[in-house]
Design a protein around this ligand. Structure first.
Ligand SMILES: Nc1ncnc2c1ncn2[C@@H]1O[C@H](COP(=O)(O)OP(=O)(O)OP(=O)(O)O)[C@@H](O)[C@H]1O
Length: 367
């Protein structure tokens, strides 16, 4: 549908505080029914972006369009209530003196019958049928959050803006509520912009992740794409611990203790960082001082000595001191794998799972 305008579009949205652009030319497009997660570390400008779209913060530059019509720009500045936007924040408290049904119906402009039908429909969607007459204090945190979602969705907003909506919830509740929320949002068809600093939340919820750093969008794409083809080292490091092997590219190849890596596009003599996530290191046993045979996919094995092994529930993390250059690498293994410190093992690197970037000093690598 190339001619259908995006439900929400921002063009070069910019906000400066004290001469510093905390949001710097942010351009996003979100289709109806699409969930985009604005993901980034604290202070990178996520909330300010959301607040500008909501209309409670005035951009210094740029344009905001909803269904192709400008709501903010050189000639327009619609107030928040005229934008058809629903909001949900972590501390967006329910009205304590109103019942659940009254809370959900609060922003609804409809006659009594239509109102009560909409309230019933939404309470059913969030699995709270029968809770209409209760008061917020009689509900658990997760139930209150579901009421808040129903309340935000009641007037059928075209766009839902959510700022860390689940961060106040107990870990055990969170996954279930994320899934229910996602289901309801999809059914309602609103375009959703969800702000989070948690990569797991973005991977779980998003159709598209917009990774933000220092006021700018550094990468946009599906969760699969952003995780598996990070734009740079910091983008890779934002989603998991990473292992870095430094080398020098010569003739589009880089020689390392794990064998040669293809490093096309890097100048002769340029330092490169070969990056591998802990779950993509392969571990093999020592065979009387030798490791497994090299393969085209896994390259040459390199010897390491276990320093520490920790069980984290779903996986075990094993830290190695490698024989080469005092290197330390961390491997993650599904389930229980707890070799004793001092055990000698061999590591290999899956060639299809590494990323190669120009070498960066550590001080430039923060996301
Ligand atoms: N009204 C303001 N005046 C001055 N600086 C501000 C103002 N609002 C935000 N900032 C600054 O802008 C930057 C971005 O803030 P913002 O809240 O958008 O970040 P964030 O990515 O949402 O972070 P967090 O997840 O911690 O909320 C921060 O450095 C913040 O201190």
């Amino acid at each position: 549908m190339p001619n259908t305008p995006a439900r929400l579009e921002t063009r070069s949205l910019t906000r400066r505080f004290g001469g510093r652009a905390v949001v710097d030319a942010v351009s996003l497009t979100i289709a109806p029914g699409q969930v985009t997660c604005l993901l980034g570390p604290s202070g990178c400008g996520k909330s300010t972006t959301l607040r500008m779209i909501a209309g409670v913060e005035t951009p210094d530059d740029g344009q905001i369009l909803i269904d192709g019509a400008e709501v903010f720009g050189p000639v327009t500045a619609l107030p928040p209530e005229a934008r058809g936007i629903g909001l949900m924040f972590q501390d967006f408290a329910l009205f304590p003196h109103l019942t659940v049904a009254q809370n959900v119906g609060f922003g609804l402009k409809a006659d009594r019958a239509a109102r009560s039908a909409r309230i019933g429909e939404l309470l059913e969607r969030v699995n709270l049928s029968g809770y209409g007459d209760k008061h917020p204090h009689q509900l658990s945190g997760g139930e209150q959050q579901r009421v808040a979602l129903a309340r935000a969705l009641a007037p059928r907003p075209r766009i839902m803006l959510m700022d860390e909506p689940f961060s106040g919830l107990d870990n055990r509740l969170r996954d279930g509520i994320r899934d229910t929320t996602l289901e309801v949002l999809k059914e309602e068809g609103a375009a959703v912009l969800l702000v989070t600093h948690e990569p797991d939340e973005a991977l779980r919820m998003a159709d598209e992740i917009a990774l933000m750093r220092g006021g700018r969008i550094v990468q946009r794409g599906s969760p699969y794409h952003v995780y598996n083809s990070p734009a740079d080292k910091a983008a890779a490091a934002f989603f998991s611990d990473i292992n870095v092997i430094r080398g020098v590219s010569r003739g589009a190849l880089t020689e390392t203790p794990f064998g040669e890596f293809l490093t096309p596009g890097h100048a002769d003599g340029a330092e490169v960082d070969i990056i591998i996530r802990p779950q993509h290191l392969k571990i093999d046993f020592d065979r009387a001082g030798r490791g497994p045979n090299p393969t085209p996919m896994d390259g040459t094995p390199a010897r390491g000595t276990v320093q520490r092994a920790r069980f984290l529930g779903r996986e075990s993390l094993v830290e190695f001191a490698m024989d080469f250059e005092g290197a330390k690498l961390t491997a993650s293994v599904p389930g229980v794998f707890l070799p004793k410190p001092g055990t000698v093992l061999w590591l290999m690197i899956r060639r299809d799972r590494c990323f190669v970037f120009p070498a960066q000093r550590a001080s430039h690598a923060s996301a």
